[in-house]
Design a binder for this molecule. Structure first.
Ligand code: GCU
Length: 424
């Protein structure tokens, strides 16, 4: 063997070794873990009834997630106003009414605005159920509809379609349309509301100088306190501000607004659903670490890895658990349980191992005891086969074939699940 070949073999094996050190994808190497008790209060007493859950354990867990994971929203009044920027009847060839509403938050002489895009099925008579979720690249990317305003906020640069200088242009119109099957949703009798998440807080680490965070700084404060909101908590807060508006809208049924999100925005939809019980149903699509996946499994993305790659997503306190996940006072099954008794749907994808599909399933499985306090028929179910959704209980789940994405298959399950659970 030549010296060059030897060096090459060493290099290749070092790379493989480094990669496998980066993430564990081996089920047999998942550490033994003990989940924190869901139905035991901090004082050691047991949660036996839904009253115990609602009055004691739920507030305790919500507080622990605020304090240690996502960060609490700082106190303080702010003012909020709404301006209808556009309303087009007969959008999409007569299928829908399209609205764009500018929501403006005013606090401490600083102002932040974000645009809520809403499509409602045309000619609906009764108040409508609506899916609401944040989008990754601007409202104009969710459909080629030329009437949607192009975001003026910071957007990530990319090659295809070309985005330069962090400025959105016509090129990106409709680029994410496959993730938002609008016609399909409208034809099923649901509205769709969406906001570009970067309007609320641009998704890069700038020590919280842009986005909503500075509006809430006290005199001399330069970044959130260790237990105050990271970006996920801020994005979820933005969804709640949009909800403030939706509940005043006559055409929309305030009791049937569903919050949905994919990936980092799935982590966000879960946190929004946990912190704001006005959301009647919650959908997590491939949300992974810090979303539906159990942190203690350390399969795929870990707490340390996510806090290192995305230091701005969670509160500062979460970073303290990078090397001691087993000491976290919560795990993500507790986040799912915070939705109870509202329907929650968790979706995984077979090839999305980074998000730990089994860990996502297990958090739903281990949340079931809280649902059982309300309805003893919500039993834990076995992990279903690929592409075999479980959508007839209050906790829904599927693992789809394919990779990290949102597909029409996923949407069909969410619509069926909503029909099953939120029918009038
Ligand atoms: C990265 C990140 C994930 C996240 C995903 C996304 O892969 O590690 O935690 O869910 O981005 O939001 O697309």
């Amino acid at each position: 063997m030549t010296r060059r070949m030897l060096i090459l073999i060493c290099l290749v094996s070092t790379t493989i070794c480094l990669q496998s050190q980066e993430a564990n994808y081996d089920e047999s190497a998942v550490p033994d873990y003990v989940l924190p008790e869901l139905l035991v209060n901090e004082d050691g007493s047991k949660v036996k009834t839904k009253d115990d859950w609602e009055k004691i354990r739920r507030p305790e867990l919500l507080g622990l997630f605020q304090q240690n994971v996502y960060g609490r929203v700082p106190d303080g009044d702010f003012s909020q106003s709404h301006e209808v920027l556009s309303h087009e009847q007969n959008a999409l060839g007569g299928l829908a009414d399209r609205y764009e509403i500018k929501i403006t938050i005013d606090k401490n002489d600083r102002v932040l605005s974000f645009n809520l895009l809403v499509y409602l099925p045309a000619d609906a008579k009764d108040p409508l159920p609506v899916f609401m979720g944040l989008n990754f690249n601007g409202n104009h990317t969710i459909h080629p509809d030329p009437g949607i305003l192009i975001t003026e906020s910071w957007v990530r640069n990319r090659e295809i379609p070309p985005i330069r200088n962090n400025q959105a242009t016509e090129y990106a119109r409709g680029m994410a349309a496959s993730r938002w099957p609008l016609k399909f949703i409208l034809e099923r009798g649901y509205g769709l509301a969406t906001i570009y998440y970067g309007d609320i807080d641009p998704d890069y680490d700038d020590s919280f100088q842009n986005g909503v965070h500075p509006l809430f700084y006290g005199p001399g404060q330069e970044r959130p306190e260790d237990d105050e909101w990271g970006s996920i908590s801020a994005w979820a807060w933005g969804l709640s501000r949009a909800m403030d508006y939706l509940v005043t809208w006559e055409a929309i049924d305030p009791g049937r607004v569903i919050v949905i999100g994919h990936s980092r925005l799935g982590k966000t939809s879960l946190w929004a659903g946990a912190s704001d019980e006005r959301f009647a149903m919650v959908v997590s699509n491939n949300s992974g670490c810090g979303g539906a996946a159990l942190s203690r499994r350390e399969f795929g993305e870990t707490v340390k890895r996510i806090n290192t790659s995305f230091p701005h997503w969670f509160c500062r306190n979460f970073h303290d658990y990078n090397m001691r996940v087993s000491e976290l006072p919560v795990d993500q099954h507790m986040l799912i349980a915070l939705m109870a008794p509202r329907p929650v749907y968790i979706a995984s994808a077979e090839e999305d191992r980074w998000a730990d599909p089994r860990g996502e399933y297990l958090s739903g499985y281990y949340a079931a005891p809280v649902y059982n306090l309300y309805d003893p028929t919500v039993l834990e179910f076995e992990s279903p086969d690929i592409d075999s959704p479980v959508n007839d209980m209050r906790i829904g789940y599927h693992i789809r074939s394919g990779g990290h994405n949102v597909t029409k298959f996923d949407w069909k399950q969410y619509l069926d699940f909503a029909d099953n659970n939120l029918a009038e």
